[in-house]
Structure formats: structure tokens, C-alpha cells
Design a protein around this ligand. Structure first.
Ligand SMILES: [Zn+2]
Length: 99
């Protein structure tokens, strides 16, 4: 079935399937950036979720959008921002990698 250009790619498998239709050079190039593209999509989704939750007043991680029910821990900042345990771990990893 032909995919519409405007359709959003939903997961890694779907993306890899699309890449298999490209020529070798383009495929290699696309494969290098698949995880970056997925990160961007996740970031877009998280941003939208955070915006929605903030509007309803529900507490959520300001980085990934997890609510207090979805995260093990939600740490509050004085200004109403929060960070969840998973994002703290990720930040720690980023700091470790950039030492
Ligand atoms: Zn988080």
C-alpha cells in the first residue's frame, strides 16, 4: 500500500521499512539518523503532552511529560517545573558521557 507523504512515521520498524525502498547511499544516510528522528518525534509528543497537562494543572515531568502516576518519582522545582527519575538518570548519563 503506498504511504502518503504527510503520514507520520510511528515507529522504528516502519521507518526501516521505508528506508528499504531507498537506494544504498540514501539508505545508509537515513539509517544514521533514524534514532535522532525518532527522538525528535518523541520530543514533539512530549511537548504537546506537557502543554496539555499544564493547562489542566496536572503535575508532570517538564522534560518527558510523565505524570506522577507514570513515573516512579517526580521531583519538584520551586517554579512549578518537575523532573522524573528516568530523566534524572538520562541527565546523569549525559553528564557522564561528556566528562
Ligand atoms: Zn521525565
Amino acid at each position: 500500500m503506498p504511504r502518503r507523504k504527510t503520514e507520520k512515521v510511528k515507529n522504528r520498524e516502519q521507518m526501516l521499512d521505508m528506508f528499504s525502498q531507498l537506494d544504498t547511499v540514501a539508505q545508509r544516510f537515513a539509517l544514521r539518523y533514524v534514532d535522532d528522528l525518532l527522538s525528535l518525534q518523541n520530543l514533539e509528543k512530549a511537548t504537546e503532552k506537557i502543554r496539555t497537562l499544564k493547562a489542566t494543572g496536572e503535575e508532570c515531568c517538564s522534560f518527558c511529560g510523565k505524570t506522577s502516576k507514570e513515573a516512579n518519582h517526580l521531583i519538584a522545582a520551586p517554579d512549578g517545573a518537575y523532573i522524573c527519575d528516568e530523566c534524572v538518570k538520562m541527565c546523569t548519563q549525559v553528564l557522564e558521557d561528556n566528562k
